[in-house]
Design a protein around this ligand. Sequence first.
Ligand code: HEM
Length: 172
Amino acid sequence: MTGAEAATPPILAAMAWLEGSALAEFLRGLGIWTYGLLNLGHILGIGALFGTVLILDLRLLGLWRSVSIASLARPAVPLAAGGFVLAVFTGVAMFSFNTTEYHGNPFLYIKLPMIVVGLVNVAVIQRLGAWRRAVAGSSPGTADRAVLAVAGGMSLAIWLAVITCGRMIGYW
Ligand code: HEM
């Protein structure tokens, strides 16, 4: 092994692997519209995720109390999940086009762990008694309202951070 190979950071090695993978080769060979269409899919996924999260989180923060959390959550949660899956698949596909160019981009290095934080936050919220009672249809009392407001505020902050970092990646 040469000195240069020994010094390659693992993250750069992983990026180079993705860029040289069969998936990346295949996608790059599809034609000039591929990246643009993947970007379109990414935006549609983000739109479905954030559009639904925004309404649900603002409700958890106390807006539109006449609308029950249960009736909002029913369409919002699966739409957000579907949007998230689309954003992840298209994001990884776009990333594979020229992965190593993103090496050292702080916005990417904040965005990816922030997505994990977002998922952990979803897992925590789904285990909260306050959330379970609200989606079962009961009207939250003062304590539950406070818990749900914190959860909604955190969710909004996390996904806003992910979107901000995603948008800024290209400007670094
Ligand atoms: C593993 C998951 C993801 C990966 C690998 C990924 C990767 C990427 C890449 C490579 C770009 C293009 C950056 C550029 O060169 O300008 C991008 C753009 C973007 N991403 Fe993601 N992404 C992922 C998930 C998400 C999620 C879940 C969101 C939002 C909730 C998001 C929000 C954005 C935004 C707002 C842009 C800018 C789009 C544009 O300006 O056209 N990404 N992402």
